[in-house]
Design a protein around this ligand. Structure first.
Ligand code: SF4
Length: 395
């Protein structure tokens, strides 16, 4: 059985196709990492050095850490590192990293708030008794103060999350399961995030009930991944940082056509077809809007002249007005009351219908067991539907 990690799980949640490329097909790409991840790694390395050396009674000055960081940057930076925000250069990111180290250093000097047990500590979490569901992770810094254990995590992101986000965070909470099992004297485990761009620390804790639920949810997610057969692409703003963008079916066309001259671009078959489709969709929308206006005028005309049929040059229009009863829609809370009322008065079966669209979706997912699906599949036939959705272009 595969050993999972928080980032492996998050990749699946972010985009199943990226998960497949990365962990199943193990496709190598020209992009090594993003500049943000590269800078973050070196900041982590500098802070790791700080605490590792302290355990050997060697105190690093800020200057020492900067020297280490700059040396590492020089040796490890290469042109396979992706810079998405073109308005910023390598130098900008390098300076950001230095600022993060300084912010942390100034805030926590002389670093004796707690005793460092280990840095970059590998932990393995067994989520079930049979060791079937296992995860591994690395704690940036594990420390303790008496019987209070601290799991420290350095964040170099440019957003500061709300406390409620930290209270629901999966990664450190999972690590705390391993710490709790591994250190029997642990009375309390604090999850501590250092948001270096803001000089802020966010602290959270989990109780036993929350950790139990987290274990169950993580097992469910692993089951979903293990039984997944269709790894579909899931576009989001994070695609800009995805190393598989050049081969992804959601972006490959843009990546290829982006290399063309303006003239070649406008003549490219896919571009031409997309432009034609959008042009026709817009015309169709305009016609539909015009028809709606004409319809309103027709009914006004009929009403004024007491007519139900009007004649054109070659056609007749039958203009009927129907009066229906409207009931609460799916999202209206009254809908539930309506349903239970129908059931109570024994009329539900007369008006209930099978939602075949929902049924089809469930049968293609892993929600129901195989036996149930087999029974129901006998009622279905294979059908192919092709749809086009028009969206805004963004990079
Ligand atoms: S580019 Fe986006 S949609 Fe494509 S694989 Fe990467 S994350 Fe998924």
């Amino acid at each position: 059985m595969t050993i999972y990690s928080h980032s492996r799980l998050s990749t699946f949640e972010q985009c199943p196709l990226k998960f497949k490329y990365k962990y199943i097909d193990q496709i190598e790409t020209e992009i090594e990492t993003s500049i943000e991840a590269f800078m973050g790694k070196l900041v982590h390395d500098a802070l790791e050095k700080l605490y590792k050396d302290l355990n050997f009674e060697q105190f690093n000055s800020l200057k020492d850490l900067f020297e280490f960081y700059e040396k590492e940057w020089k040796e490890r930076f290469n042109d396979k590192i992706l810079i998405v925000r073109k308005e910023y250069s390598e130098k900008n990111y390098k300076e950001m990293g230095k600022k993060f180290i300084k912010t942390y250093y100034d805030l926590h000097k002389p670093f004796n708030h707690s005793k460092t047990i280990d840095t970059e500590k590998r932990i393995v979490i067994n989520l079930d008794k049979n060791n079937k569901y296992r995860l591994q992770g690395y704690i940036d810094r594990l420390a303790c103060k008496g019987n209070v254990y601290e799991i420290h995590d350095y964040k170099t992101s440019s957003t500061l999350p709300l406390q409620e986000y930290a209270d629901k965070d999966r990664q450190l909470a999972l690590y705390s399961i391993a710490v709790k099992k591994g250190y029997k004297d642990a009375e309390k485990i604090k999850l501590i995030w250092h948001y270096l761009a803001f000089g802020k620390t966010i602290v959270s804790e989990r109780n036993d009930k929350e950790l139990k639920k987290l274990e169950e949810d993580t097992i469910k997610l692993i089951d979903e991944i293990e039984s997944c057969t269709e790894f579909n692409p899931k576009s989001s703003a994070l695609c800009s940082w995805c190393e598989y963008k050049p081969i992804c079916p959601n972006w490959k066309h843009q990546e290829i056509t982006g290399q063309l001259s303006l003239e070649e671009y406008q003549k490219e078959n896919g571009v031409e077809l997309a432009d034609k489709y959008v042009e026709l969709s817009q015309k169709k929308k305009k016609i539909e809007d015009e028809m709606e206006l004409i319809k309103q005028r027709i009914f006004k005309y009929c009403s004024k002249n007491d007519l139900e049929v009007i004649f054109g040059t070659d056609s007749r229009l039958f203009c009927k007005t129907y009066h229906n009863l409207k009931f609460p829609n799916k999202n209206d809370p009254l809908r539930t009351v309506l349903k239970s009322t129908l059931k109570k008065i024994g009329k539900f079966e007369e008006v209930a219908e099978v939602d075949v669209f929902k049924l089809s979706r469930i049968l293609q997912s892993k929600k129901w067991d195989e036996k149930t699906k087999e029974i129901l599949k006998n009622f279905s036939t294979e059908d192919t539907v092709q749809r086009i959705y028009v969206g805004k272009k963004y990079r």
